[in-house]
Write a protein that binds this ligand. Structure first.
Ligand code: ACO
Length: 431
């Protein structure tokens, strides 16, 4: 470990340099405050590594994403979602026996407590399914109170992990059923994870549901592509909440809420809504696209080109490239002709050739095409971010587990106070 030297108030201070396995370097400032009285100020934590991690490697300049060392392109092509979930959570690709045990563990927990079914009746029909998913995920902890014990042993952690993966899928599908006023469909344990999710969302008791393998395969790919993305807003939130030793259910529920925002996972919904607006405003004509590009460049318009730009990627988001191809294939296979896809492609072409986006290194991110793919699969807009959450679940769990196993301290940053100096209380009648 090398040192870096900083001169603070005339005093030379040494900080160790830590180098990760892919040669990324960090200055370890853990002793900064103790030795100098200074803290760092870093809005949005743009320059701060909050942890060491061996789960996901991301190189935003070169557009590289790997889970536990395996390139995302290979995993999306060759693996199943539960195989990737196991990889992220336990660190290695499972053997056949390990995978079979993991799958049967998840499958055995797909039912949710019958009392939870009644909760759905309490939500208004138009409740956003992300709110329902977050609150119901937290509510799971009340059915498994042993999960509240911060000194959980490995066996009960594994049990909670299986329950979370299995039951959030059922909750997600049922929140959709609730929103359309249809009866819930119980999980079918003969189906694999993705097929079962589609079944619970789209099957009806009145007719036979035919599983479309191409849609199942596209969903499997989407879930894998979303499964982890190192220290993003929702994963960090999960770590922050977990660091207080709140239960895994509570930590994941907080992660779901963080994901909901349009600057994070909510962007997939925002993209489709934006494309629809552009379509209604004049379609894919060059004049209309140019008008909207001008709007996205104008800070006063308050409108961003949703699905473009990323805190870490300053190059193509590799997930966007895979999803764009999958969207083309699924639309062709299912004979879907979506005019919004045409708008998305024209808009992407225009933005990638526009100085504003080039100078700021703004490229399509994972959400730019994922919403269109969900749409082609028949998934309603409100459910896009829910699908993202189901995909991201293994990443949240893996990060929570890594943090707990490393015994990291509670996350509690500092601030620089800029408010009033001490002043005396003024009685109400004198104000
Ligand atoms: N459209 C127009 N301008 C943009 C966009 C965009 N989508 N994204 C960034 N910019 C501009 C900013 O206005 C800023 O310009 P300036 O330097 O002239 O002030 C510059 O590019 C840098 O933007 P920041 O917001 O500082 O970048 P940051 O890294 O903080 O934000 C973010 C990244 C939030 C993803 C941003 O690019 C954005 O809002 N994109 C649209 C929303 C979106 O697609 N979110 C999904 C991200 S992927 C995910 O979370 C799964």
């Amino acid at each position: 470990m090398n040192n870096s030297e900083m001169n603070i108030d005339g005093k030379a201070i040494q900080f160790p340099i830590f180098t990760g396995s892919e040669n990324k370097k960090a200055m370890d400032i853990s002793k900064l405050r103790a030795e100098t009285g200074y803290v760092t100020l870093d809005y949005g934590l743009k320059n701060t590594a909050v942890t060491k991690s061996s789960i996901t490697f991301l190189n935003g300049e070169e557009g590289i994403l790997r889970y536990r060392g395996y390139p995302i392109e290979q995993l999306a092509e060759k693996a199943t979602f539960l195989e990737v979930a196991y990889l992220l959570i336990y660190g290695e690709l499972p053997t056949q026996t390990e995978l079979d045990t993991f799958i049967s563990g998840v499958t055995n927990h797909t039912l949710i407590h019958e009392n939870m079914k009644k909760f759905f009746e309490g939500y208004p029909q138009h409740a956003h399914p992300m709110g329902v998913l977050a609150s119901m995920t937290c509510a799971l902890s009340s059915f498994y109170p042993e999960s509240l014990d911060p000194s959980l042993n490995e066996k009960s952690v594994d049990q909670t992990i299986l329950r979370l993966i299995a039951k959030t899928a059922t909750i997600a599908a049922w929140s959709f059923k609730n929103s359309v006023g249809h009866p819930v469909m119980y999980p079918q344990n003969r189906l694999d994870f993705s097929a079962n999710l589609l079944y619970m969302m789209f099957a009806k008791p009145t007719e036979e549901y035919v599983i479309n393998d191409k849609v199942v395969s596209a969903l499997n790919k989407l879930l894998i592509l979303h499964a982890d993305h190192e220290q993003n807003c929702s994963t960090f939130t999960t770590r922050v909440v977990g660091s207080s030793q709140a239960s895994l259910y509570a930590a994941v529920s907080a992660g779901i809420m963080a994901l909901w925002g349009p600057l994070h996972g909510g962007a997939n919904q925002a993209v489709v809504e934006m494309l629809q607006k552009i379509y209604d405003d004049g379609g894919a004509s060059k004049a209309n696209i140019d008008k909207w590009i001008l709007r996205f460049k104008d800070k006063d318009s308050g409108q961003r080109l949703m699905g473009f730009g990323h805190r870490v990627y300053k190059n193509f988001d590799p997930r966007a490239t895979i999803i764009k191809k999958a969207a083309d294939e699924v639309m062709e296979d299912l004979n879907v002709d979506d005019p919004l896809l045409d708008i998305a492609k024209q808009l992407e072409y225009a933005a990638l050739n526009e100085d504003y986006f080039i100078e700021r290194k703004l490229y399509p991110n994972v959400d730019y095409y994922s919403g269109l793919l969900y749409r082609a699969m028949g998934i309603p807009v409100d459910m896009f971010t829910v699908m993202f959450a189901l995909g991201r679940l293994p990443g949240w769990i893996a990060n929570w587990k890594e943090m707990v196993e490393e015994g990291q301290p509670i996350t509690r940053p500092r601030q620089i106070y800029i408010g009033e100096k001490k002043r005396d209380f003024v009685p109400l009648e004198q104000r």
